[in-house]
Design a protein around this ligand. Structure first.
Ligand code: FDA
Length: 298
């Protein structure tokens, strides 16, 4: 991380909660399920798919975790009721992974089972590296029973290519992203271009082995290279989609959509918006300018 980035991270971490809230409005659909549904309907009207996420991360106890699962169930019910072009994304720690692995497995299994009943799909997000093995194991166990579940691979992790070689054999449905958590150099690639190269190496292997990939990035370089790869390898349209976060690079998102490729937007909503918002602000290249302006205007 360069000095400017370190400075931005420190400033974002020191920002009062209301200022974080102000700047992160565009990344979040709102606090309620109704807010989430409204945004998904707007995206769907443009032919854009969604994946809905009830915000929240590591929970403190099983009660909180059960509450999170119930809210995720409500999302699946809403998708069915309103016939939304959407699926569900969940965070394993929110489902209790760090409290009791077996309990989290059951919770996620319940969600995947319900999604299966309504012909829908559950994406298991990938969190920091302390959870990678547990998350992959959990995914594999659930996949033995239901196929409407997929996992996320982070291109910055040095282990990811090897993980993919194994997971490809199952016929995994992936989301491939760069990775957002701060990880030590012993396990994570730090150089920006090297992460891109690993991303493309992994993407190619996923395609070679015939897996479905959600190509999750706002990086124009990666999107252009993915386009090239798709053309050169003659990958059919039912084997991939592009994915982006709500409120980020809408210009690119609309271009992918008008190019005739499937695109899915991650639509987070809920009361626990703070940790997610801080991560988005840290990634926003123009946030430094906004922060300077905010000091002048607040
Ligand atoms: P990069 O960060 O280089 O961004 C490329 C360009 O996009 C920037 O130059 C800028 O123009 C624009 N941009 C990016 N973020 C912005 C922002 N916040 N505001 C304004 N502009 C912005 N990670 C993870 O570890 N586990 C997960 O499960 C997921 N899930 C996930 C789902 C989906 C649908 C997406 C798109 C991403 C994730 N991620 C994730 C996050 C991912 O790992 C990564 O941190 C971000 O996508 C940023 O990386 P990019 O590939 O977009 O490149």
């Amino acid at each position: 991380m360069n000095i400017l980035n370190q400075l931005i991270v420190s400033i974002v971490q020191m920002m009062p909660k209301n200022i974080v809230g102000f700047f992160s409005r565009k990344y979040i659909a709102g606090e309620t399920l109704e807010d989430g549904i409204k945004v998904v309907k707007q995206l769907n009207a443009k032919g854009i798919y969604a994946t809905m996420d009830v915000l929240g991360e590591a929970v403190k106890n099983k009660e909180e975790s059960i509450d999170a699962k119930n809210k995720a169930m409500e999302v699946l019910n809403a998708i069915e009721k309103y016939k939304l072009m959407a699926n569900l994304s969940i965070k394993p720690t929110q489902m209790g992974l760090l409290i009791d692995e077996e309990f989290a497995y059951q919770q996620i299994l319940d969600l995947v089972k319900r999604a299966h009943e309504i012909n829908n799909f559950v994406r298991i997000d990938m969190e920091d590296s302390s959870t990678t093995d547990m998350t992959i194991n959990l995914y594999k166990r659930i996949y033995q029973q239901y196929k409407n579940v997929g996992v996320v691979i982070q291109a910055y992790l040095k282990r990811s290519f090897d993980d993919v070689v194994v997971l490809n054999k199952l016929g995994t449905n992936y989301r491939l992203c760069k990775g957002i958590y701060v990880e030590p150099a012993s396990i994570a690639i730090k150089d920006r271009q090297a992460i891109r190269e690993n991303y493309l190496k992994i993407l190619k292997q996923m395609f070679i082995d015939g897996n479905y990939v959600g190509i999750a990035t706002h990086d124009k370089y990666l999107i252009d290279e993915a386009y090239k790869m798709i053309r050169e390898m003659n990958i059919p349209k039912d084997k991939f989609e592009f994915q982006m976060l709500l409120g980020v690079r809408e210009d690119l998102r609309d271009k992918i959509n008008s190019d005739g490729y499937k695109i899915r937007v991650y639509v987070p909503f809920g009361k626990d918006w703070y940790a997610y918002s801080v991560r988005r602000l840290k990634e926003n290249p123009s946030i430094a300018g906004h922060i300077v302006k905010s000091f002048l205007t607040f």
